[in-house]
Design a binder for this molecule. Structure first.
Ligand SMILES: O=P(O)(O)O[C@@H]1C[C@H](O)[C@@H](CO)O1
Ligand code: URA
Length: 320
């Protein structure tokens, strides 16, 4: 892989805005240390079969999102933005040996798909965090680039999450462990959210705001939709719920942010959630955007994150 930086700049010194300390990726599991081998089953990687420090030791940014195609497109986009060698069209899926998730590496940027919902992203994060730990990565920023339903804001807006909340508008993630419910904090990095927001001012046609993101276990009844196979509440109850969410500070709804915030926070990863909204849930439930509009909306957070990454790498001035 070609270096993206001129030789004089190879240490990838972050710009003055960035965070000085070295920050490791932690695993909080006393059993891991005693294991002879760690097989990252769903990623088709392992500590004995792969040289993880050589493959991933330089990773500084991890971007995750539900769809494999979106994450491949993001990797190809980053390849161009970072002016890496070649056109990036033949970029290789590192997890090609499994069809659970896909993973692409472009310089210091890893792009990984996580599927839909808390259980799916949670499995991916366990293995991804162990991967970053085994690879001895440090100072890693992880960003979820997703889609969402907005509340009271124009479709196509980008919401940068300040706090991920559950369906009761509470900043918590409840994990059932054995037969206990363990409550974990869903706080995200405020400085990172502000840095991203400042970056968004330079992106044309992408209205951006900071707000709470509600994370649910379901797309239909769980998000107050009237158009699922089941619906056990009235239109009035739906609107009352969504308006209460809005008054509690919620600006968008998706399905991964609470567990993402909880796990990344516990493991020392600087984390952010940046989602575009596909509709205003006070207006409708069905997503009826044309393919082209959907693609353009999904590119908005990608543009913002690419700008942010280039700034962090000190590449913006050299490239403009
Ligand atoms: O990252 P994506 O766009 O997949 O996130 C949202 C939340 C669910 O996973 C999915 C529902 O359509 O979209
Ligand atoms: O309404 C929406 C749109 C995308 N993703 C969600 O979870 N909800």
């Amino acid at each position: 892989m070609a270096s993206i930086l001129p030789a004089s700049n190879r240490s990838m010194r972050p710009d003055k805005n960035t965070y000085e300390r070295k920050r490791s990726v932690y695993v909080k599991n006393p059993y891991l240390e005693g294991m002879d081998e760690d097989i990252l089953y769903h990623l088709d990687l392992g500590t004995k079969t792969h040289n993880l420090p050589a493959m991933f030791g330089d990773v500084k940014f991890v971007c995750v999102g539900g769809s494999p195609n979106r994450m491949k497109a993001f990797a190809q986009f980053m390849h161009k933005e970072l002016r890496l060698e070649g056109d990036g069209e033949d970029i290789e899926d590192i997890c090609a040996g499994t069809d659970r998730y896909c993973m692409f590496k472009t310089g210091p940027v890893l792009s990984v798909s996580h599927g839909m919902g808390i259980p799916s992203i949670s499995i991916m994060l366990h293995e991804l965090i162990k991967l970053l730990h085994h690879a001895r990565c440090c100072d890693v920023t992880i960003i979820r680039i997703g889609t969402s339903g907005g509340i009271g804001i124009a479709p196509g807006s980008i919401v940068i999450t300040d706090t991920a909340v559950d369906s009761f508008f509470k900043p918590r993630f409840e994990q059932v462990i054995l037969d206990n419910v363990v409550t974990r904090s869903t706080e995200l990095d405020k400085e990172l959210a502000n840095d991203l927001f400042n970056c968004s001012r330079e992106i044309p046609n992408a209205p951006t705001l900071i707000g709470h993101t509600m994370c649910t276990y379901d797309f239909y009844e769980g998000q107050g939709r009237l158009d699922g196979a089941l619906c056990s509440f009235s239109r009035e109850k739906k609107l009352d719920y969504l308006k209460r969410a809005y008054r509690a500070g919620v600006r968008n709804i998706e399905m991964e942010s609470t567990v993402f915030a909880a796990m990344c926070g516990l493991c020392g990863l600087r984390a952010a959630v940046v989602c575009v909204t596909l509709l205003d849930r006070l207006e409708s439930d069905q997503i009826n955007l044309s393919h082209d509009v959907l693609v353009e909306y999904q590119q908005r957070p990608q543009l913002l994150i690419s700008n942010f990454i280039k700034k962090q790498l000190g590449l913006c001035d050299q490239m403009s």
